[in-house]
Design a protein around this ligand. Sequence first.
Ligand SMILES: C[S@@+](CC[C@H](N)C(=O)[O-])C[C@H]1O[C@@H](n2cnc3c(N)ncnc32)[C@H](O)[C@@H]1O
Ligand SMILES: [Zn+2]
Length: 288
Amino acid sequence: MHIAPVSPLTCPHEGAPLVRRDNTLVCPHKHSFDCAREGYVNLLVVQDKASLDPGDSREMVAARQRFLATGTYAPIAAAVCASVLALLQNHGDKRPYSMLDAGCGEGYYLGALATALAAHARDTTVHLAGIDISKWAVKAAAKRALPVAWVVASNRRPPFAPACIDLILCLFGFPIWPGFAAVQPAGAHVLLVDPGPDHLLELRRIIYPEVRIAERAPTAAVDGYSLVSEQRVLASAELYSPAAIADLLSMTPHAHRASIEGRVALVARTELAITIDVKLRVFRRTAT
Ligand SMILES: C[S@@+](CC[C@H](N)C(=O)[O-])C[C@H]1O[C@@H](n2cnc3c(N)ncnc32)[C@H](O)[C@@H]1O
Ligand SMILES: [Zn+2]
């Protein structure tokens, strides 16, 4: 399989295609964006930012990077790769297939996907892109040196031409459906991974006096998309170091919600058995 970055990116001001001139991307209206040394570009404009440094902080990104490097979430990556390969199978070989990881974090899942795709013998070209609103996440992802267009941008306005993305992955992320619809044709797919009811139950039992059953409300409005399939991925894992336990806490929303007492109880642990329980859903774009 041939893998290349999604191209062209589009200007965040008026949506015109960007072309590369030396180390800069420019649009016909003379807006220009510097390509960072690491190999990403920042297309986030002020109206897409709720703060000066939006998205995951440098520390959260570093914690996620260390934790994912332990391989603990490999069962999730395997399920995502299998699901993507099945969608690709149905697509046929005729034209290139473009995938966007929307909220790509430090690039763990695109890394796993690039490996899975490269090992696949089919004669298809796959274009890959990863966007995240956190510049720290994109900076870390770009260091993976993969054939991926890495961009600091918001899911509210992915910087791609209309109808050019066949599949959007949104993994433990923040789907913004109108933003997704703006870049997908009818028949295109969105793959969501969200925590299931038992996800990290053991960690939640330590940090909260009372554990809520559902971690996250189901996605309510999905205008222009219909649910095609739903799969639960269940696995268990063992964390053997206080550092891995601390990293896991730092990369989840529980880091902000845990009480002081909860944190103290967690950091006292030297090992922790965890349940991995995620819901993998595929949606299909029904209308344009
Ligand atoms: C829980 S992390 C998941 C990262 C990655 N998908 C993973 O599973 O390793 C959520 C990510 O979404 C990013 N994010 C938050 N709001 C976003 C938005 N509006 N557009 C794009 N990314 C966003 C955060 O910066 C963070 O990297
Ligand atoms: Zn422009």
